[in-house]
Write a new protein. Structure first.
Length: 372
């Protein structure tokens, strides 16, 4: 399983993603004690300012792993039952039979059957994956909108269910994680952001990871270019954005170095106990927002790499920003990649995203990063 860290191959692979059309990207790969950091392209297409590997970045749903870890800490302390009904803790947002049927575990692994609130909060976006009917207008309309998480949860809970509680495949839904952050607040008596900061981010010693204080990314960062399937052409910068539309489900700002440190410590049993980690690695089939079915655990998902074993981690996208962090089960090999453009695939007449050279170039970068 030993594989050298090939700096030349990694430099070529990251350059090729930029050449394929990504404005800028940066990454860190670790193999034992050896570390490679690289960057390619620009942080600002207007000025040509280059991206650097130490930039802070919106990491989207990678936040869910932090939230799941925080919940499992509370499970360990006996304040939350992993298989207890959510209605026991939050009877108001999830009332009646549904509150009795949906457990905490089902929220974490997306098998609650609760719908995604997103198309209801952003009216010009119809439900995924009917992308042909969507328009980017809502993006600008909501740049500074302050969403109330209680209202977002209500949109998801009152929308038609996408499955039965505990049924598989589950359907990925941010509604689940907004409920989990309310659960954290209920049992800890503090905000989810504050609890996660103290007990997950600070416990892991992450210096550049934080929930945003406002619509800006503090510190050195890239502009974030949203193409919305070619409907925004040229892609527009959405780096300044009020992240209350996802809250502690997907709003974290971090660096590739911090992401590798966090996942390394998590998989070493240093953020949650080894038995909690084993629960996190129990997967069920879940349909992603892109309509693909894959295994999902408790805020973690696996990538099987031929001949290299299993990598665990999470990906994330928000407007203009994407990130992926994967760590091999033994913790020895790690990869974290951040990109500054999203939804670069144009749509065909049926609304299906067309292949783009960026897809192949990124797949090659991931392959070189994970196993040389």
């Amino acid at each position: 399983m030993k594989n050298a860290l090939d700096s030349a191959a990694l430099n070529d692979a990251i350059e090729n993603v930029h050449r394929a059309g990504m404005p800028g990207l940066f990454a860190e790969v670790r193999d034992g004690d050896r570390v490679w950091r690289g960057a390619a392209g620009v942080a600002d297409v207007a000025t040509g300012r280059p991206v650097t590997a130490d930039m802070r970045h919106r990491v989207g749903s990678i936040t869910k792993t932090f939230t799941a870890a925080a919940i499992l800490q509370q499970v360990e302390s006996g304040r939350i039952g992993l298989d207890a009904p959510i209605g026991r803790y939050l009877p108001k947002p999830v009332p009646g039979e549904r509150g009795e049927a949906i457990t905490v575990r089902m929220l974490i692994n997306h098998t609650s059957g609760l719908a995604e609130y997103f198309p209801y909060a952003y009216p010009s976006f119809k439900a995924f994956p009917a992308l042909a009917e969507t328009g980017p207008q809502s993006l600008d309309d909501h740049r500074f909108t302050r969403f109330d998480p209680t209202e977002l949860i209500e949109m998801g809970v009152t929308a038609p269910a996408v499955g039965t509680p505990g049924g598989t495949p589950g359907v990925y839904s941010n509604t689940n994680y907004l409920l989990l952050t309310q659960l954290l607040e209920q049992v800890t008596g503090t905000t989810a952001e504050r609890y996660i900061t103290r007990n997950v981010i600070e416990r892991a010693g992450l210096r550049d990871t934080a929930f945003p204080a406002g619509p800006n990314v503090d510190g050195p960062h890239s502009q974030l270019y949203e193409a919305w399937f070619g409907m925004i052409d040229p892609p527009r910068d959405y780096s300044v954005y009020d992240m209350s539309w996802v809250g502690p489900a997907a709003s974290l700002i971090s660096t590739v170095t911090d992401l590798n440190r966090f996942f390394g410590m998590l998989l070493a049993g240093e953020i949650v106990s080894p038995s909690s980690l084993a629960q996190m690695q129990r997967t069920v089939p879940v349909v992603s927002q892109e309509g693909k079915t894959g295994g999902y655990g408790l805020g973690l998902y696996p990538m099987e790499v031929p001949g290299q074993g299993t990598f665990w981690g999470h990906g994330g996208t928000v407007w203009g920003a994407g990130a992926l962090a994967m760590t091999r089960a033994d913790g020895k090999r790690q990869m974290a990649v951040a990109v500054n453009m999203q939804r670069w695939n144009r749509l065909d007449s049926s609304g299906t995203p067309r292949p783009h050279p960026i897809d192949d170039a990124l797949a090659t970068l991931y392959r070189v990063a994970m196993y040389g």
